[in-house]
Design a protein around this ligand. Sequence first.
Ligand SMILES: C[S@@+](CC[C@H](N)C(=O)[O-])C[C@H]1O[C@@H](n2cnc3c(N)ncnc32)[C@H](O)[C@@H]1O
Length: 216
Amino acid sequence: MNDPARFIRANTALHEPPLIPEVRLHLASEIVPIWQMTEEELEKSGLPPPFWAFAWAGGQALARYILDNSEIVRGARVLDFGSGSGLIAIAAMKAGAASVLAADIDAFAAAAIALNAETNNVAVVATTEDLVGVENRGWDVILVGDMCYEGPLAARIEAWLRKLAGEGTTVLIGDPGRTYLPKSGLEKLVSYAVKTTRELEDTDVRNTSVWRVLPG
Ligand SMILES: C[S@@+](CC[C@H](N)C(=O)[O-])C[C@H]1O[C@@H](n2cnc3c(N)ncnc32)[C@H](O)[C@@H]1O
């Protein structure tokens, strides 16, 4: 990969996600063209979608909740797991978190997080390490936006998050009712109608909730 930041700047535009007007992100308007361009840039095919180029419904709901209930993250060390564009990480810093680690295994996401954090004048550290299963590294709060879209991934994440919740970490999930959202062991905190696009979600609005993960 030559210069992911250059690629992101060239192929996205700055937009506010509908539910989070206080944050501006480098976003794409359609998924197929930027997916194709990513594959051309990396000279690889069969890549996962460029998730980082969109503010997903689950991430928007969780970012809104954190901004409106800033006491949850104020002064806290936060992990934004599966960060994508970095939306939740940026919202957590704006809400007064002491620090945020934004984790995403996609190297383009790490570059997007850095660009978007800079655009919003907040400091966020990004990592591409796969943290699933690791011991708590000092996180008080773990935020997970829209990660229940794949069965095996969701199962690995659930077991890990439940263990961390059992140790006293606050773990919150934002999710628009994806297939692999756990069916039990969650407490619903709030729901929002999140504007989306038919191209991404096949509907104009997704009812999206924020859940607290209950200890296992
Ligand atoms: C649907 S996107 C959600 C992005 C963002 N949280 C939001 O709501 O807009 C899911 C993200 O999870 C990332 N991801 C998938 N597996 C991961 C893993 N094991 N560790 C960290 N990130 C992962 C993907 O690269 C993708 O950016």
